[in-house]
Design a protein. Sequence first.
Length: 233
Amino acid sequence: MSRAKLHSVVLASFLLAAACGGKPKEANPPVSDTANADSGTDMPASSASTASTDTPPTGDKPAGGTDTTTPPAPAGLTMPTGTVKIDLTAKKAKLEIKSDGSVSNGGKASAKLTGTEVQDATGKTLATVSGDAIKTAGGSDWASFSGDDLVLAKGGDKLSIGDDGTITWTTGGKGKPAGKADGVGPAKKATLIAAAWVIAPPAAEKPTTTTTKPAGGTKPAGGTKPAGGKKAE
């Protein structure tokens, strides 16, 4: 065998041995599903699966949705800051209203005004004031306010007072001066009530009386005849 041929055989044998003698590398083993499951145990619990223990805030209204707020009371009469002096030429009367609501006529105590009542000098209620309505103690309508004007329930006569204190009495659609008031300020309504009480006071109300009859309405004993209609011997 020639040297060149021998060289070729040796080279071929070497290449064949190198090709057959090497071991293939193993692929990376697949990751186990169990391992993935175990690694997930450190994750925080989902907020959707956690039940909320917070108590929802309560509203201001009580159960049932009923609003228990007390409505504001109707506005009462405003008393003067000083002394109101009223000269009623129509009745030749001179009135004074003090800041405490006391009213005098000709220097003598005659009435008392509060935020919701007209009283006599002894404190007895003569009329009540609720918003714009004025009723007598017996519950009859006496007058009502239309703005700053006082309108009588009977006849519709009106008493008003100007910014200069001039008092006007309107009857039958015609107005005429009735007097003058000084120091009125915010007490227009109180001034008009005091003046109207002198010019056109409410009619006196008769006290209600009840008569009690004997029970059953029977005649007294002794009024019956004996049996058979004969007189007793």
